[in-house]
Design a protein around this ligand. Structure first.
Ligand code: MG
Length: 377
C-alpha cells in the first residue's frame, strides 16, 4: 500500500500531510501523536458521518480521547455562522482548552468550517483535517484558508489558520459520485495548467486509471496536487505576494458563473468552463497557442467536465431570459465586478503565457470578456 508522509513547512506553521488508503482508522493515533490534550470535537456532515464517523470516533476512543461530534446537514448552506455557533457551544460544554483539537471530517464545506472553528475558538486551537472528497484533497484542506458564508456572499468571514495535520484517505474517493470526482479533477487540471513540468501529461497518461479510481494512481494524484498547492502556499502564506493568486486560474469567470447560476453546477464544473474561457482569451491575446488551449479542453472533456454552459442552466439574474447572449453577458459581468479578486473595479484574470506559465492580467478589455462569455455559451 502506498503512503506519502511529508511536512509542509511554512513561516508561521507546520502541517504534516499524510496521503494513503485506510488512514481514517488512524486518526486517533495520529492525532494523539501531536501531543496535545486528549479532547477533540469532530465536525462532519450527515453523508460523510454515516460512512466514516464510526472509524474516526473508534480510533479516538482507542487513543483515549474525550470527544464530541457535530454532524451538520450536507451542503454549502451548513458553512454558516450558525453552524460555527453550535460548534462553539459544544466546545464550551466539553471545556475544550487551548491544547484541545478540532477535527474536520468531510469535503470542503466541512474542512473550511472546522478550520474556522479551530481558528477562532480561544483565538486558535489545533485542527486536524480529514478531507473525504477530491476537491478537498487537492484544494480546500491545504493552505490554511478557513471561512463561513454570509447571506451576502461566500467565504466573507474567515481567517488564515493552518491545520497541524492533514490525513487524506484516498479510500474515501471510492464513495464519491462521478460528478464530484470530476469536479475535483477540474482543480487538478488547473494545478497542471499553472505548473511547469509533466503533470498535464501525467493526467493524459493516467486518465483511464484515474476515472477507474485505481488506488495507487489516486494516491499519486492527491500527493502531486498537495505538493503543488503546498509549494504555492509556502511562497505566499497570506495571499500577499501574488503567487497564490495563480491558483485562481479559471476562477474569475468560474466564480461569476457559480454566483449567477442557480447552483446546478458544481464549483469544479464552473472552474472547468472558466478555464476554457481563460484559455480562449489567452489565445486571442497571442499568449497561448490554439493547440495548447485545445489540450486542456480535451483533458477536461476526458474527465467528463463541461466546457460550455449547459442548456439547462438557468440564471437567477436580473437579466431575464438568460438564453440571449446579451442578458447572459450582463449577468455574468455583474458578478465579475462583485468578485473579491476585483481591485479598483478592474477584473483580474489569470492567463497562461504558455502552458505552466500563469500571469496576472488586469487589462483584458470588455469586448474580449464579452466574446469569451459568448464563446462558452
Ligand atoms: Mg476552487
Amino acid at each position: 500500500m502506498r503512503r506519502f508522509d511529508t511536512v509542509l513547512k511554512l513561516e508561521r506553521a507546520t502541517t504534516r500531510i499524510v496521503v494513503g488508503t485506510g488512514l481514517l482508522g488512524e486518526v486517533g493515533a495520529r492525532t494523539a501523536a501531536l501531543d496535545l490534550d486528549r479532547r477533540a470535537l469532530v465536525i462532519t456532515d450527515e453523508t460523510v458521518g454515516e460512512l466514516y464517523g464510526a472509524d474516526v470516533l473508534g480510533g479516538l476512543d482507542e487513543a483515549g480521547f474525550a470527544h464530541g461530534l457535530l454532524t451538520l446537514p450536507a451542503g454549502d448552506r451548513s458553512k454558516s455562522l450558525a453552524s460555527a455557533e453550535r460548534a462553539f457551544e459544544m466546545l464550551a460544554s466539553m471545556r475544550l482548552g487551548r491544547d484541545g483539537v478540532v477535527i474536520g471530517l468531510g469535503g470542503g464545506m466541512v474542512t473550511d468550517l472546522a478550520g474556522f472553528v479551530g481558528a477562532t475558538w480561544l483565538r486558535g486551537v489545533a485542527t486536524v483535517l480529514c478531507p473525504t472528497t477530491l476537491e478537498a484533497d487537492v484544494d480546500a484542506a491545504i493552505g490554511g484558508k478557513t471561512a463561513v458564508n454570509l447571506p451576502f456572499g461566500k467565504n466573507l468571514v474567515g481567517a488564515f489558520h493552518h491545520p497541524r495535520l492533514v490525513l487524506a484517505d484516498t479510500a474515501c474517493l471510492g464513495s464519491l459520485g462521478d460528478r464530484d470526482l470530476s469536479a475535483g479533477l477540474a482543480e487538478s487540471v488547473k494545478h497542471a495548467a499553472i505548473t511547469p513540468g509533466d503533470f498535464l501529461a501525467w493526467h493524459e497518461a493516467n486518465a483511464d486509471a484515474i476515472l477507474a479510481r485505481d488506488d495507487d494512481v489516486l494516491v499519486e494524484l492527491v500527493r502531486r496536487n498537495m505538493e503543488i498547492k503546498g509549494e504555492v502556499v509556502a511562497r505566499d502564506e497570506r495571499e500577499t505576494t501574488g503567487a497564490r493568486a495563480m491558483l485562481n486560474y479559471g476562477h474569475t469567470i468560474g466564480h461569476a458563473l457559480e454566483s449567477a447560476g442557480t447552483f446546478s453546477l458544481r464549483h469544479g464544473e464552473c472552474v472547468s468552463i472558466g478555464m476554457v474561457a481563460a484559455g480562449w482569451i489567452a489565445c486571442e491575446l497571442g499568449m497561448l497557442d490554439g493547440e495548447e488551449a485545445e489540450r486542456i479542453e480535451r483533458l477536461l472533456r476526458r474527465f467528463n467536465l463541461p466546457v460550455r454552459l449547459p442548456e439547462s442552466e438557468t440564471f437567477s439574474a436580473n437579466a431575464g431570459d438568460f438564453r440571449s447572449s446579451a442578458a447572459r453577458f450582463d449577468s455574468v459581468r455583474d458578478y465579475l465586478s462583485r468578485d473579491k479578486k476585483v481591485v479598483g473595479g478592474v477584473v483580474r484574470f489569470v492567463l497562461l503565457n504558455g502552458l505552466g506559465q500563469p500571469v496576472l492580467r488586469d487589462d483584458v478589455g470588455e469586448a474580449l470578456i464579452r466574446k469569451a462569455i459568448e464563446r462558452i455559451g
